[in-house]
Design a protein around this ligand. Structure first.
Ligand code: PGA
Length: 248
């Protein structure tokens, strides 16, 4: 069965609640496309107004992070149960900005992935190499390690539902997209890694996105690759360009 493409915006730390509602109004008519899954991953404080603003449309709402704890004395954190109760369906986990600025490890990200599944959320687990790692020729080894640790104790049935976002760190927010060949090579490598951990059926079902300077001009070629099932989009998800990406 063909995998449905999934195109997710990662708003990062942009848009106040009122600005978020305005952006939704602008984007709703532009991102109509029932052939793909469209997700807006928004800052925590924007989640409730955005869910309200996109009600009745084809847009699903995602969070940008969450705690691996259930509840309790964890000041400033947000639990999976809180996201689910608000109507969130997806959660980005292990974005390279969180790995870098918040020192998140793959082991912690694995705990979050398990917690997301336990609560019925779909994780969008990010992985990606630095420019130095690419130049050293260790990209695939590094990504395989991130995926293997991130998916520890995840069942095959869960993995089939998961989304992995391959985002080369040197391509994020730089305007420097990976070439189509580079992006496909790693996404294919991730699928092979999933086949090794689980089986061919799981590898055929899991959705793998490319992220890093995706825009209305390069989306069609990237998404046409055999192993690229859509994109995780930062900068361009805050503009009308996101409509072009969704309707690539
Ligand atoms: P970008 O960000 O599209 O602005 O490069 C992608 C991401 O970090 O998810």
């Amino acid at each position: 069965m063909a995998r449905k493409k999934i195109i997710a915006g990662n708003w990062k730390m942009n848009k106040t609640p009122s600005e978020a509602v305005e952006l939704c109004k602008e984007l709703i008519p532009l991102v109509k496309n029932d052939d793909v899954d469209v997700v807006f991953c928004v800052p925590a404080i924007d989640i409730i107004p955005v869910i309200d603003a996109v009600k009745g449309t084809n847009i699903q709402v995602g969070a940008e992070d969450m705690s691996f704890e259930d509840k309790g004395a964890f000041t400033g954190q947000i639990s999976a149960a809180m996201l689910v109760d608000a109507g969130v369906k997806y959660v980005i986990l292990g974005h390279s900005e969180r790995r870098e600025y918040n020192h998140e490890t793959s082991e912690e990200i694995n705990k979050k992935v398990l917690k997301a599944f336990e609560n019925g959320l779909t994780p969008i687990m990010c992985c990606g190499e630095t420019l130095a790692q690419r130049e050293q020729g260790i990209t695939l080894d590094w990504i395989r390690q991130q995926v293997k640790v991130g998916f520890q104790n995840v069942t095959a049935d869960q993995a089939k539902q998961a989304v992995i976002a391959y985002e080369p760190i040197w391509a994020i927010g730089t305007g420097k997209t990976a070439t189509t060949e580079q992006a496909e090579e790693v996404c294919k490598g991730i699928r092979e890694c999933i086949a090794e951990i689980y089986d061919d059926a799981t590898a055929a079902a899991i959705r793998i996105q490319y992220g890093g300077s995706v825009n209305g001009g390069n989306a069609a070629e990237l998404f046409a690759q055999a192993d690229i099932d859509g994109g995780l989009v930062g900068g361009a998800s805050l503009k009308a360009d996101f409509g072009k990406i969704v309707n690539y």
